[in-house]
Design a protein around this ligand. Structure first.
Ligand code: SAH
Length: 560
């Protein structure tokens, strides 16, 4: 919950805007300001104070205990111009909150923690548990001091400016280690514990078993990704409670899935009870990996639970990111996050230039020229397979006549793939032209580089006959000039010569231009590869200089 505190009328107005924007996440504290701050500090994970920073400093100072548990505090000034992350920038979530508050209020976020200012992820913001000298190693990374990366397990980390040697060390391991001096330890979620239990197994016994198995094998519970068991035990209270206390999800598999997994220690009892010769080992191994602790039994007499521990290979991460048509504000926040999350960026040189300023220091950029699609796709997948966090970029939407399909055709199921949609050219152009896509529409690429012309022509003909709005991508280049006139002629066979046609060049880029013309009047020579051409259907009209395709034919009757 986010506690909101204000003192003045202007503060209360800004507070109410925030409360209206986030009704389920906020609680307004009224009454005396010092009491309100104290109450909110005790009850909420985060606070937004519509008060001067000085006042808030004095009020929260006596309440501060340590940064792991204190709420994050954001101050908004009387004019509503700034959202200041005051305390709890990383752990308390105040930096993130300052940005979100600023977004809602139209204010400027003010973030002063060093790692954020430098565009570096704080070690405590990577989404992984981290132990040891976190502040010192973060500072060393930031100051450009030598920090050696010791990765004992592979994990797709974001870019970090690490070196080979250094007085400082960043260790990536699931082993139980005492962080050394000047060492921070990142805990990637590599471990899976398979659990079996008889009915009524006590949670304490299950938990002791799991924790003992990890400890004796020299493994850290902070690297536990999940507990796994058979479907029939999905509601077994001892297992459910153990997962809850360990703070990990419980994943279940059917007996059939488990029976197919080869295990070192099968037995008769589970076969009779749930239909698989192994629960613990099979559930731990079902996703692949290395068996670190074979099946062992809990300490009860008789034992009521079994467990086994597996280390899964780190899965690489391939984000396929659409950059939008060009303008920075048409790049989605999610795309931006993924670009900064990647340690390897793969893309066409001109698209890389479009977003280079967003990349974190240390990002490895693999750019190539036009035409190297397959090589780019292969490179991106190969890097992800090596366990890297990769972003493969494309303009518009990366799935539309772009890199997503060649990449996914190469990819196997040993990597994670994250798709980030982008504003494709047809939509960017549509918004400029008016509302040409208000009814059924298709996109057709006129490039016959990879598609025989007969196929393209068949599709244009089908769209013509079905009276569908058509947007042509790749409409015309120097060496490909007869295809567009041919396609337009096919449409003209089924549509009036006065049918509106929108031509948009470089949508949302600095030299954007657009024209509204007609099927009869369009001069193909004015069209090039930076352009999309949208041809209306028989109901599309020009209204007040805009291209409008009615949503239904009834409305069309009325407006005619
Ligand atoms: N993935 C891209 C399309 C790649 S195909 C997308 O989703 O938009 C390349 C073609 O897209 C170009 O030849 C042109 O027809 C069109 N295109 C891409 N960006 C454009 C823009 N900003 N303005 C107009 N057309 C664009």
């Amino acid at each position: 919950m986010i506690g909101l505190i204000s003192a003045t009328a202007a503060g209360a107005a800004a507070r109410d805007r925030l409360a209206a924007a986030w009704p389920d996440r906020t609680r307004v504290y009224e009454g005396s300001v010092p009491d309100a701050v104290r109450a909110a500090f005790a009850e909420c994970e985060r606070l937004v104070c519509f008060l001067a920073t000085g006042a808030v400093v004095r009020l929260v100072a006596p309440l501060l205990r340590d940064k792991a548990s204190d709420p994050g505090v954001v101050c908004v000034d009387e004019g509503g111009r700034f959202a200041v992350s005051l305390v709890g920038g990383h752990g308390g979530g105040a930096n993130e909150l300052a940005r979100a508050v600023a977004e809602v209020l139209g204010a400027e976020p003010v973030v002063t923690t060093a790692t954020d200012a430098a565009g570096l992820p704080g070690l405590d913001t990577l989404g992984l548990p981290v132990e040891g000298e976190v502040a010192a190693v973060s500072r060393a990374l930031l100051d450009g001091a030598a920090v050696a990366l010791r990765a004992e397990v592979s994990w797709p980390l974001p870019p970090l400016p690490v070196t080979g040697e250094g007085p400082y060390t960043l260790r990536v391991t699931d082993r139980l280690v005492e962080p050394g001096e000047r060492e921070a330890v990142l805990r990637p979620p590599t471990l899976v514990v398979g659990v079996g239990a008889s009915r009524g197994a006590p949670a304490d016994e299950v938990l002791d078993l799991i924790e003992g198995a990890l400890r004796e094998a020299g493994l850290s519970a902070a690297s536990l990704a999940e507990l796994a068991t058979v479907d029939a035990k999905a509601g077994e209270p001892g297992i459910v409670e153990a997962a809850r206390r360990l703070g990990v999800p419980l994943v279940t598999y059917t007996a059939g899935e488990l029976a197919r997994v080869e295990v070192p220690n099968p037995s008769e009892a589970p076969l009779a009870a749930v239909g698989t010769p192994s629960v613990a080992e099979a559930a731990a191994l079902v996703g692949g990996g290395e068996l670190l602790v074979p099946k062992r039994k809990s300490a009860g007499r008789p034992a009521t639970a079994t467990c086994a521990v597996v280390r899964r290979p780190g899965r690489g991460r391939l984000a396929v990111v659409g950059l939008g048509p060009g303008a920075r504000d048409l790049l989605t926040p999610r795309a931006k996050d993924e670009l900064r999350r990647a340690s390897v960026l793969v893309g066409l040189d001109q698209y890389v230039d479009q977003i280079r300023d967003l990349l974190r220091p240390g990002t490895r950029v693999l750019e190539s020229g036009l035409g190297a699609e397959e090589e780019r796709a292969r490179t991106a997948v190969a890097e992800a397979r090596r366990g890297q966090a990769v972003a493969l970029i494309g303009s518009g939407d990366a799935g539309v006549y772009a890199m997503a399909s060649p990449a996914l055709a190469e990819a196997s199921d040993d990597i994670d793939v994250i798709g980030v949609p982008g504003v494709t050219a047809a939509l960017a152009a549509g918004a400029i032209l008016g509302a040409p896509l208000g009814h059924d529409h298709v996109s057709i690429s006129l490039s016959d580089l990879h598609t025989p012309w007969e196929v393209i022509e068949r599709r244009v003909r089908a769209a013509a006959e079905a009276d569908i709005v058509v947007t042509f991508y790749n409409p015309r280049s120097r060496g490909r000039d007869w295809q567009l006139p041919k396609a337009l002629a096919i449409l003209a066979g089924h549509r009036d010569p006065a049918t509106p046609v929108g031509v948009v060049r470089n949508a949302s880029r600095p030299d954007e231009s657009s024209r509204l013309t007609t099927l009869a009047a369009l001069d193909p020579a004015t069209v090039d590869m930076m352009t999309v051409v949208t041809v209306g259907n028989t109901a599309t009209r020009e209204i007040a200089g805009r291209m409008v395709t009615p949503r239904g034919y009834r409305w069309q009757e009325e407006t005619r």
